[in-house]
Design a protein around this ligand. Structure first.
Ligand code: HEC
Length: 112
């Protein structure tokens, strides 16, 4: 089974090539730009630190998901940021880890 899949894919690619050749290769694709309006703030972060949070976290999470998390200690937020960076490969630069941690802590401080 594992060897059949690549062969099938190759056959499909060849068949597509034959069809294109049969059509005389006379086809053109025209790309045009579209503008969409995303709901805002909706799934995006707003307020202090929003730019960094959107750049680092929005690929995978809505702001609502992160905003709905419990209030945690500073060190726990750091572990969370490092988990997202190291385990899930979130686009977090090493130089931004402490700043992100502080932003998240400021938004969700540990209850006194
Ligand atoms: C590349 C995808 C990805 C990015 C980007 C990402 N995360 Fe996550 N995150 C995950 C996944 C996957 C889970 C679910 C983990 C699980 O179910 O155990 C998760 C879970 C979480 C949780 C729930 C607690 C936990 O540890 O499971 C929090 C809080 C969280 N992420 C915060 C963030 C923050 C803050 C950022 C930005 C700094 C971020 N995430 C960026 C993938 C991502």
């Amino acid at each position: 089974m594992t060897q059949r899949l690549p062969r099938l894919a190759l056959a499909a690619a060849l068949a597509a090539g034959v069809l294109l050749a049969a059509a005389g290769g006379a086809f053109a694709v025209t790309w045009k730009s579209e503008t969409v309006t995303l709901p805002y703030p909706g799934p995006h972060f707003s307020g202090q630190g929003a730019a960094l949070l959107n750049a680092s976290c929005s690929t995978c999470h809505s702001a609502d998901f992160v905003n709905g998390q419990p209030h945690l200690a500073l060190g726990t937020w750091k572990i969370e940021v490092l988990k997202m960076k190291n385990v899930f490969h979130a686009p977090v630069h090493a130089k931004d880890v402490d700043q992100l941690t502080q932003i998240l802590f400021d938004r969700h401080p540990e209850p006194k």
